[in-house]
Design a binder for this molecule. Structure first.
Ligand code: INI
Length: 155
């Protein structure tokens, strides 16, 4: 038997998007992409909460808090870490990524990763609704599949 998740929502699923506001010109577009995917797949926008944090570094701690409420069926994390002239990029992107992964493994609630880690602002723009798609849309679509998969595993 193959167990997988489809991409349709019933409309009662409650989802949170956690957005790191740093580079908000990019991350606001990721949020739009996530919302677009949620609505296109049958989600009710009244059941979609947006949680804003200062930057990607703060996403894991907000994720931990959000999951502890047990209010949500799934959480999408979006943010944009863009390389600068110093090693700051490496610390922020590594901690955000490690933190999201480790917090998500402690809970039985699907979490997806819509963090851009790019060398340039151009690459980030390309991945937030232009040439190379929208990572927020992809992360929400992945979340929908995982929420349905989790339900099917329990059946
Ligand atoms: N936060 C980001 O989300 N993206 C970045 O590119 C970034 N850079 O390059 O500095 C960034 N820094 C802020 C960091 O996430 C924290 O908000 C800040 O250090 C306060 O804890």
């Amino acid at each position: 038997m193959i167990i997988e998740g489809n991409l349709s929502l019933k409309g009662d699923e409650k989802v949170a998007v956690i957005n790191g506001r740093f580079n908000h010109i990019v991350t606001d577009r990721l949020v739009e992409g996530a919302k677009d995917s949620f609505e296109r797949h049958g989600g009710n926008s009244a059941n979609l909460d947006l949680i804003l944090v200062p930057g990607a570094f703060e996403i894991p701690m907000a994720l931990k808090k959000v999951l502890a409420t047990k209010k949500y069926d799934g959480v999408v994390c979006v943010g944009a870490v863009i390389r600068g002239a110093t090693p700051h990029f490496d610390y922020v992107s590594a901690e955000a990524t490690k933190g999201i992964a480790s917090v998500s493994l402690e809970n039985n609630i699907p979490v997806t990763y819509g963090l851009l880690t790019t060398d340039t602002i151009e690459q980030a723009i390309e991945r937030s609704g232009s040439k190379v798609g929208n990572k927020g849309f992809e992360a929400m679509t992945g979340l929908i599949e995982m929420m349905n998969l989790f339900q099917n595993i329990e059946k």
